[in-house]
Design a protein around this ligand. Structure first.
Ligand code: SAH
Ligand code: SF4
Length: 436
């Protein structure tokens, strides 16, 4: 979602004459878009700011102004602290106020800085963002839902992104059409809790995610749909059914479970058991047998015993995941878990993380190897490192390299998978075309 937000920020600033640059020294403005989910992500900010301060001073010495801003969830949660520790920062803005960037820049120009804007405005930012057709690539993100009301006990999202909000379907469909006009063929719908989507439909009814996916699948030019991140509790019947009968919906679902232990799931306030999760996976496999899954796990949550951790490993073995993101529990101030008793010792948590990662590497390798010999439809996104080579994605979001003509960029081609490396596949384009 930060990638999506950064692209929107660039669009909001374009009418003021700002264009993106990869050369830090050339920049007139640097906005750090930050993540607060774990301590490590937040810590990076202050070391980055230290480095940028030097650049700002150097520019000032030669008469140039560099606007330095901090956006995103660290800004939301620690705005005042940033202003105090880094008084050379000009702008501090939360994830819900970046549509006001032009106004903030104008205030700076009038000498009214520094500006701190971390409100939760009553009018959602989407109503104020420009409707550009700037190409976002063959595969693009589209934010449909934001915020979260679930309050898992470890998580800062409900505090930094705010209450759950679903965009109206009409504005999502309009954005999808603009993306298609710019060459996009694959859309990944975004939301912190994307399958809790419940927006106004174009027919005056309230739409769930399944209904929205059906409407987007009907937009000419959209060949592939994905959505992330989902919560097991919101995998409703309609959505499971959509996986069975919408060919545009890719057979790959990221469905975080966090733990395989029921007592830990309860302490996390996840609202489901490990068996509930197994049943959802079974139901999805019964409607779409070729579906694969990825998940998120936290080890070392307060009170996690060896038996709890063993239950997590059991769940992974039962379900057979294609991929997973694994994290050591990171206490976040203001969340209920941060003050829970029985914190797990760091070395124990590190050992568990290693064990989990070793199991996941094995599971991921075996999934990737199982693709060798198969013909997978690959959506080619860009040219590869070598001449005559294109890089695309399989339905399972694996990167695939193949020799193919530049004309194939933006199209789905059948590729026979011949090799596998640690994080990508290679293959050969088959002559017969298959569907997406
Ligand atoms: N909405 C999604 C997850 C959003 S956060 C869901 O409900 O699953 C992305 C991932 O970061 C989470 O799935 C979790 O595994 C991890 N995470 C969140 N807070 C964390 C914390 N305090 N410590 C460690 N990992 C955390
Ligand atoms: Fe955080 Fe996801 Fe739980 Fe919401 S559902 S509180 S975003 S982990």
């Amino acid at each position: 979602m930060n990638v999506y937000d950064s692209a929107r920020m660039a669009e909001v600033l374009a009418p003021l004459g700002f264009v993106a640059t990869d050369v830090v020294d050339d920049a007139d403005m640097i906005l750090l878009n930050t993540c607060h989910i774990r301590e490590k992500a937040a810590e990076k900010l202050f070391s980055d700011l230290g480095r940028l301060r030097v650049l700002k001073t150097r520019k000032a010495d030669s008469g140039d102004n560099l606007i330095l801003g901090v956006a995103g969830c660290v800004a939301q949660a620690e705005g005042a602290e940033i202003m105090r520790r880094a008084p050379f920062v000009d702008l501090v803005l939360g994830p819900q106020t970046y549509h006001r960037l032009p106004e903030m820049v104008a205030r700076l120009a009038r000498g009214e800085g520094p500006v701190l804007d971390t409100e939760f405005p009553t009018e959602p930012k989407f109503d104020f963002l420009p409707e550009t057709e700037a190409p976002q690539g063959v595969s693009a993100f589209l934010s449909v839902q934001e915020g979260c009301d679930k309050f898992c006990t470890f998580c800062v999202v409900p505090y930094t992104r705010g209450a759950e909000f679903s965009r109206p379907a009409a504005s999502i469909i309009a954005e999808a059409k603009r993306l298609v006009a710019g060459g996009t063929r694959e859309l990944t719908l975004l939301g912190q809790n994307v399958n809790a989507y419940h927006g106004d439909g174009t027919d005056g009814m309230n739409w769930n995610l399944a209904r929205l996916l059906r409407a987007l699948a009907a937009v000419p030019g959209i060949e592939r749909l994905r959505y992330t991140t989902s919560h097991p509790r919101d995998m409703d019947d309609d959505l499971i059914e959509a996986h069975g009968d919408l060919p545009e919906l890719m057979p790959f679902l990221h469905l975080p479970v966090q733990s395989g232990s029921d007592s830990i799931l309860e302490a996390m306030n996840r609202g489901h058991t490990a068996d509930d999760y197994r049943r959802i996976i079974d139901r999805l496999r019964s409607v779409r047998p070729d579906i694969a899954f990825s998940s998120d796990f936290i080890v070392g949550f307060p009170g996690e015993t060896d038996a709890d951790f063993a239950a997590t490993l059991d769940l992974i073995r039962d379900v057979g995941l294609a991929q997973a993101y694994t994290f050591k529990y990171s206490p976040r101030s203001g969340t209920p878990a941060a003050t829970m008793a029985k914190h797990v010792a760091d070395d124990v948590a590190s050992d568990r993380l290693q064990t989990l990662q070793a199991l996941m590497t094995e599971s991921q390798d075996s999934f990737n190897r199982s693709c060798v010999g198969k013909v997978l439809p690959v959506l080619f996104e860009r040219s590869g490192r070598y001449a005559g080579q294109l890089v695309g994605r399989s339905p399972y979001a694996q990167g695939v390299h193949a020799t193919a003509s530049a004309r194939c960029q933006g199209t789905v081609m059948p590729v026979r998978i011949t090799g596998v490396s640690s994080n990508s596949l290679s293959g050969e384009v088959e002559t017969m075309e298959v569907g997406a």
